[in-house]
Design a protein around this ligand. Sequence first.
Ligand code: MOS
Length: 717
Amino acid sequence: MTTTTGPTTVTGSVGTAHTRVDGLDKVTGAARYAGEIPFTDLAHGWLVLSTIARGRVRSVDAEPVLAMPGVLTVLHHGNAPRVDIDYEGMLGRPDPLIGVFQHDQVPFSGWPVALVVAETSEQAREAAEALVVHYDQEPHDIEFSHGRPGAYTPDTDGMRVEKGDLEAELAASAHVVDAEYTTPEEHHSPMEPHAATARWEGGRLDLVDSNQGSTWIAGELAKVFSLDPASVRVRSEHVGGAFGSKGLRVHQVCAAMAATVLDRPVRVVLTRRQMFSLVGYRSPTTQRVRLGAEPDGRLRAFDHQGQSLTSTIYEFVEASAGFGRPMYAADAHRSVNRVVRLDVPTPTYMRAPGEAPGSFALESALDELAEKCGMDPIALRARNEPAVGPVSGLPFSSRNLTACFDEGARRFGWAGRDPRPRTRREGRWLIGTGTAAATFPVLVGPATAAVTAEADGTFAVRITAADVGTGARTALTLIAADALEVAPDRVKVHIADSDFGPAMIAGGSMGTRSWGWAVTGAARELREKLVPGGDIPAEGITARFDTGALLGTLSQKERHSYGAQFAEVAVDVATGEVRVRRMLGIFAAGRIINPLTARSQLVGGMTWGLSMALHEEAVRDRASGAPVGPDLAGYHVAAHADVPHIEADWVDDPDPEDPVGIKGIGEIGIVGAAAAIANAVWHATGVRHRNLPIRPDRVIEDGRLDGAVSEAGGSGA
Ligand code: MOS
């Protein structure tokens, strides 16, 4: 740690463990989240969601509800202000869901049909639950299965990649794996539900929100309400988790609508149950993987076909088939994503979109291939290390996957592992170990930052970054401190205010890299402006930096982070319960800014992977089209008792092109983790689990569980 007093010139904060600069505020409750910031004259909106999965709203019986205590208004398609959703936003055209109350159509169960606004949250809820809505119901279709009619490959970038003669290479292969894998519908489940308060303040729409990018939300809201972007201000000081779900959602639009209609501040908070249909989720996937290899494991044929679902109103594709494109060399490479439109809510980006489910299928298939080739799974991956991008032919900026496996194998104790399954038993537990590779793209987005030298000798950084719980505010403090060559306690970082100007969102694992670049640039410009020993005026001296033009000069390369995941599991032969005993992840993910929070983030991602492997599964009722048990009781996320000792660490891997060496660590922690666990379950039991989650009923249903361990194998305790 750097000293808190002492020399005016200090370097080396980046890379040292630093507790969160907002940690004390968070644990003492001083940090206010979007749903708890007080406003004078605040009104509360409560959403009413459709109970049918397809049809139209015939009528909304608002009158009786308007007579209830405290009720101020009921907004619905018959009276709501018109908004514009016919625009090109940052992520393309918006999901029509954003245009709430604009028509009477109901495209899925849980579609917003009304907003009840009242003096208190309790009155709004009471009235919302009493509101009677009449529907004309139509039959719905939510049936998702592999190769079902209607599945298509979108005509957009990256949906289909083909190189070489796949069928010929498969036919010529000594070993072939051809298997189908499935992953269920999964939800982001951030601890903090979505919440926004909107008001008109000095002629501007002012929104206090919980989001992944305040300039982004401000820009989209300006378009939705046809406002000058300068007359919208969005702030998002603290965020209790996002994972891809906290973009522009209906609650911000509803709050702004109601604030406009009532001309007073209006807050809309989503309930956990409402989040299951309003904030996106990860589509279920079915994936078919075909791998063909030489006897020595060298891949001749690589084929990954993924299918996901989307709503009838918006095309979002969970592109699971892209995972292997930069990963493994093969003579023929094919990867295709398909999607089918059903009467379900629109899925969205969720931590490691594509890579999370894609790595489960492909890294399981590689384990199956290793078994067929009689090879160690790590050796199989090493055999297929590409010299250049297997599909693109582009050079890698850096590629340290092998270093991750070397370090991981050493620390996990992989050497001497009996490759045969079902060779270890301890009482009623079958024990196994598994591994899998991880990768995630390294990207960067434009950002602007301002750094001010204050008269009191401190420095203020202003950037519209978002700290979604990752520790980004702290990371930026360390980055700024190093760029300014001062101790971090002389730097105050202000984030998440759209008035600070445009900046990349906290998404795509690009936040810290994108913001760090801008902050470093602004700090350097400031140092050039400062005269040694010169006076600083009361208003300070400010330098600004915009990375926009710089990013265009980056050469064409394959830029990725990598990781090696290891897991040890114990499987109860009587109950089918799988317990993960330990996990280790070693990552090559650029320069690590703050080891303390980076480790937490990676361990968090790996915990998600455990949760994905064993627990998470949203079930939709065929009859109603609605989710079953849409809460944290019905949808089990790994809890403390499910999570064993998890270790995450990294190898040296600074990005040569980034001014700080950053790659990004937001998403890679989950990638490959579920496959490592599934591979360990196979190693323990001899049974492949190709459908997630690996529930006890799926494990015992196999029937082969409670027998002796393999005859040639070792004995247990
Ligand atoms: Mo993340 S799924 O890129 O917000």
